[in-house]
Write a protein that binds this ligand. Structure first.
Ligand SMILES: NC(=O)c1ccc[n+]([C@@H]2O[C@H](COP(=O)([O-])OP(=O)(O)OC[C@H]3O[C@@H](n4cnc5c(N)ncnc54)[C@H](OP(=O)(O)O)[C@@H]3O)[C@@H](O)[C@H]2O)c1
Length: 340
């Protein structure tokens, strides 16, 4: 039953013939690792609250918690199978003895075993959107997408997605099989995807699913520098959050806080509204997936879909990304920008 006090999110279609989803999804990653302590009961309550608020696209990956995140959300997905659009990913290989290790595997044999492992952990017989999490340029893209297409034919997967691919890689993949969604980092603070990936997605009719639309929390003011985070917090590895970089970047994002205060909104809402409106400029469907472990964030984040920033406010936000100091990953070949 839906709560009448919550606005229902409008829906959009993922890709040219993909599923209809609420215009904002939920990133489940932090419920297992990366961003501080996790709380299973609160995470499960957050999944229910998200669905009640009109969120239908739930984002996980086999790599999040090395399988833990898929196991965590599995019962929720099964209990709401007809309403949930389940997205998961393969390609990032983890090692139990080295938490920081990320191998990239795109070969067909690996893909075939990864999908079966994800289906088993999730306890479902089909994944709605199956993403290739990262690209290994040593493996021909047509081979990987060909193997993913076989999973669609076998009924294990409904739609295909890619993450952190460039515009030319997206076109090459689309020629092998339709791609419903491209998931890459995109926010007022990280706009490198606008050079080739975003225009290619718009041209092909691929939906864009911006990850880290809140700049991993930095845009909301929830932390100011890597140094204040726990030793195992993933954000400690990102150059843009360190020392002088973080201080310079914090000053850059001050207009977000000012705009929010002036219109009685929150910084998170302004950051999310920016992504929705920027996508309109590029003429593409966008479904941001802000991540949270907490119920208390849901009404705030979903309400952002109804916020309309003025031209003056957008102009204040326009220069931010171009002035950010420090990369978003230690090794930028891990991103589409690193291969453009
Ligand atoms: N494809 C990829 O390579 C890739 C990479 C990264 C992430 N992702 C996916 O994208 C999702 C979202 O990205 P993300 O989690 O990295 O970053 P994000 O959504 O930009 O930010 C998440 C952080 O913001 C905090 N937060 C959320 N709502 C807030 C609010 N209203 N006010 C203040 N703080 C708030 C969260 O903390 P609390 O938990 O305390 O709310 C969390 O620390 C992930 O969950 C994951 O599913 C994909």
């Amino acid at each position: 039953m839906t709560n009448p006090t919550l606005p229902t999110l409008p829906t959009v279609r993922l890709g040219n013939d993909g599923p209809a989803v609420g215009v904002q999804g939920l990133g489940c990653m932090g419920m297992s690792e990366f961003y501080g302590p996790t709380d299973t009961a609160e995470a499960l309550a957050t999944l229910d609250a998200a669905l009640e608020a009109g969120v239908t696209l739930f984002d996980t990956a086999d790599a999040y918690g090395s399988g833990h995140n898929e196991e965590l959300i599995g019962p929720f997905v099964r209990a709401n199978r007809d309403r949930v659009v389940l997205a998961t990913k393969f390609a990032l290989e983890r090692r139990a003895d080295d938490p920081a290790y990320r191998g990239i595997r795109n070969d067909p044999a690996y893909i075939r075993s990864a999908v079966d492992a994800s289906l088993r952990r999730l306890g479902v017989d089909v994944i709605d959107v199956y993403y290739m999490h990262r690209r290994d340029p040593a493996v021909p893209l047509a081979e990987s997408v060909g193997a993913m297409a076989e999973l669609v034919a076998a009924g294990k997967v409904r739609y295909l997605g890619l993450s952190e691919v460039s515009g030319s890689e997206l076109r090459e993949a689309y020629a092998v099989h339709p791609i419903a969604a491209l998931q890459s980092e995109w926010s007022v603070f990280a706009r490198d995807v606008e050079s080739s990936a975003v225009p290619a997605a718009a041209e092909l009719g691929v939906a864009f699913v911006p990850y880290s639309p809140l700049g991993r929390g930095f845009l909301t003011g929830s932390f100011a520098a890597a140094e204040e985070l726990a030793a195992d917090d993933f954000r400690r590895s990102q150059p843009r959050f360190h020392g002088e970089n973080a201080a310079a970047n914090l000053a850059l994002v001050e207009p977000i806080r000012r705009i929010a205060a002036a219109r009685g909104a929150t910084a998170a809402q302004v950051a999310l509204a920016w992504v929705h409106q920027r996508a309109q400029v590029h003429g593409l469907t966008v479904v941001p997936i802000p991540g949270t472990r907490k119920r208390s964030r849901l009404a705030e984040n979903t309400a952002a879909a109804a916020v309309r920033l003025t031209a003056e406010e957008l102009a204040l936000l326009e220069p931010i990304a171009g002035r950010v100091v420090g990369d978003r990953y230690t090794d930028m070949t891990f991103t589409s920008a690193g291969r453009e």
